[in-house]
Design a protein around this ligand. Structure first.
Ligand code: FPP
Length: 232
């Protein structure tokens, strides 16, 4: 069965998971971070080539300060521990998002994971932090402008190549947990022909078996990329 080369995940439902247990929302994020680690291992085992995880969006800054800081602290912690452990499995770590608005500490650990894994040949792990799809496109256009690019000749390849993770293949399968059915500004360009998989399961409860089921469902999809599939 075909395995998607590039899987994206919108990890939704941490807050509801916590509230349903009378816990603070940050407990949901903690459990959600554990789930991330299980799913990264499974993606490597399933021979996914690129895994993109939506950890923190450009819009998430509007959340209460203590919730923002609990998510960022988790990221800082995992970038120094579990994510580094993945590098031993050959993972190449890449940040998606605008790092200029992150703290010096977070930037340090993100740069560190990227630098240490730059030559790794295994699965590419793209972690989206302070990421927005519209912001990604605008930053890509600004990068072209900075190179005195001739915009009268603009094409998909040139702009696509300037986006975050620009040398990665497009997203084949986008998974969203928690029952919401929208893209929420995640990789809007890269998802042009993605297949979508929605599940009501809240992210902290999303299991390795559930991930494998999503991948298997992808294998059954009929992808035509705008072609009629030979039907006249
Ligand atoms: C969405 O659930 C989740 C987030 C905005 C944060 C995702 C972050 C993590 C899973 C931790 C990432 C950490 C590492 C180390 C990768 P929500 O809070 O919007 O849930 P709700 O819709 O139920 O309120």
């Amino acid at each position: 069965m075909a395995v998607p080369n590039h899987v994206g995940i919108i990890m939704d439902g941490n807050g509801r998971w916590a509230i349903g247990r009378d816990l603070a929302r940050k407990e949901g994020h903690k459990k959600g971070a554990n789930t991330c680690m299980d799913i990264i291992h499974t993606a490597i085992d399933q021979q996914v080539k690129v895994l993109s995880l939506y950890a923190f969006s450009t819009e998430n800054w509007t959340r209460p300060a203590d919730e923002v800081s609990s998510i960022i602290s988790l990221l800082d912690l995992y970038l120094q521990t579990e994510i580094l452990a993945f590098l031993k499995r050959g993972v190449k770590f890449v940040l998606l998002g605008d790092r200029s608005k992150l703290s010096a500490k977070t930037r340090f650990w993100l740069n560190n994971a990227e630098k240490l894994s730059v030559k790794n040949k295994g699965m590419k792990l793209q972690l989206a932090v302070n990421y927005g799809g519209k912001d990604d496109i605008i930053r890509g256009i600004k990068s072209l402008a900075a190179q005195q690019y001739d915009f009268s000749q603009i094409n998909e390849q040139d702009l696509g190549g300037m986006l975050d993770g620009g040398d990665s293949p497009p997203v084949d399968l986008m998974i969203r947990t928690s029952g919401e059915k929208r893209l929420s500004n995640f990789m809007i360009w890269q998802c042009a022909y993605a297949e979508f998989y929605f599940t009501d399961t809240l992210w902290p409860d999303f299991t390795q078996a559930a991930f494998i089921e999503a991948i298997n469902t992808f294998g059954l999809r009929d992808r035509r990329f705008g072609d009629s599939g030979g039907v006249s």
